[in-house]
Ligand binder design. Structure first.
Ligand code: PLP
Length: 342
């Protein structure tokens, strides 16, 4: 019977690792100031749990098992905006252990339904934190549950070195192996900052000339501020990332909700690729960089953490856009954007 000895956990995880990644890179052509520019997209929605967080969840759980902290009969708890929760719930089911997901109302309804289908227990935190998000409230609940000593193990995606490490070890080398020459700039959205930090460590070592460009959403303080209300799950945070030292970041962009959404629609219309909200933010930052620095980079790569499937009720919903119209319209236009987003 699976999952009954620590050795068997190791065996199961050894068989899970080859199922991760191998996600495609597709190129789109974007007209920028009268010239067509190629942008490579790493489509992480093709991961087995539907997002880049399949890799992160595996890295975190593998670390806990290797350290002997997570054992058969153990129980996981984690705060999640959705994607990591689905990935941890998949692994928990695979290892035949319990998982308690601490989520908030911004979670995509599709993600929530999938957590339930996968047998996860759920705590919904509905009190926003003072920074305009829910992260601090979610973490308070996780700490409260841990203090009750009910045997929960917390992977702690926010500060476990296993988070960036899996992207340094798997995601970065996969990209390098897929492309004939390394990208000259990598754009990646940040929340915990784990994906970005791991990729940056990889490229600093194997392609030091690659510029590492971090992308956040307005209202997040994952890298800089100011804090404000946010509407998209996945990207951004109510506190500083513990992984993002300034040595890892060459440029930083804070993108508006409006530009994130517009670029999702633009890419869908022009290429048929259906992307999640943080991918739209990442492409918006890339386009802005190309507009402002026309001759600096030739081969940019954008990490696209997930696809549009779970954003039908938000980014791709007319009702949602209509409800947010005051917020969307109060955001400033970014010079140059109208060139590429009619
Ligand atoms: C959709 C989406 N985009 C971006 C990110 C950012 O990833 P990280 O936490 O590694 O910074 C996440 C993380 O959950 C995500 O789900």
């Amino acid at each position: 019977m699976p999952g009954h000895t620590l050795e068997h956990f190791g065996y199961l995880l050894d068989h899970f690792e080859p199922l991760l990644g191998n996600t495609p890179i597709k190129s789109i052509e974007v007209p920028i100031q009268g010239r067509s520019h190629r942008i490579d997209l790493k489509l992480e929605g093709y991961n087995i749990t539907g997002s880049i967080k399949a890799r992160t969840a595996y890295g975190l759980v593998r670390g806990l098992v290797d350290d002997g902290v997570l054992r058969p009969g153990g129980k996981l708890i984690e705060s999640t905006s959705g994607n990591l929760g689905v990935a941890l719930a998949t692994l928990a089911r695979y290892l035949d252990i319990e998982f308690l997901a601490v989520i908030d109302p911004l979670i995509a309804s599709e993600c929530r339904a999938r957590l339930v289908d996968l047998g996860a227990r759920i705590i919904m935190v509905d009190r926003p934190d003072p920074k305009g998000g829910y992260l601090l409230s979610r973490l308070a609940v996780v700490r409260d549950m841990l203090n009750r000593n009910e045997g929960y193990v917390w992977p702690d995606q926010y500060s476990s070195p296993r988070n960036p490490e899996i992207h340094r070890r798997l995601t970065g080398p996969e990209i390098t192996a897929q492309l004939p020459v390394p990208p000259d700039a990598v754009f990646a959205a940040i929340s915990t900052g784990g994906t970005f930090a791991g990729l940056s460590a990889h490229f600093r070592e194997h392609s030091p000339s690659t510029k590492m460009i971090a992308v956040d959403i307005e209202g997040s303080i994952a890298y800089r501020g100011p804090a404000g209300r946010r509407f998209l799950p996945g990207i951004g945070a109510s506190r500083r990332s513990s992984f993002l030292g300034s040595d890892l970041v060459d440029h930083f962009y804070s993108v508006s909700l409006r530009d994130s959404v517009r670029h999702c629609h633009q890419v869908l219309r022009n290429s048929g690729i259906y992307l999640g909200g943080s991918s739209g933010a990442t492409i918006a930052a890339c386009v802005r960089h190309l507009v402002e620095n026309p001759d600096e980079i030739e081969r940019p790569l954008c990490i696209c953490p997930d696809d549009g499937g779970k954003y039908e009720q938000t980014v791709y919903s007319d009702d949602w856009l209509e409800k947010l119209r005051p917020d969307l319209e109060s955001e400033a236009e970014i010079a140059g954007q109208t060139l590429v987003v009619p």
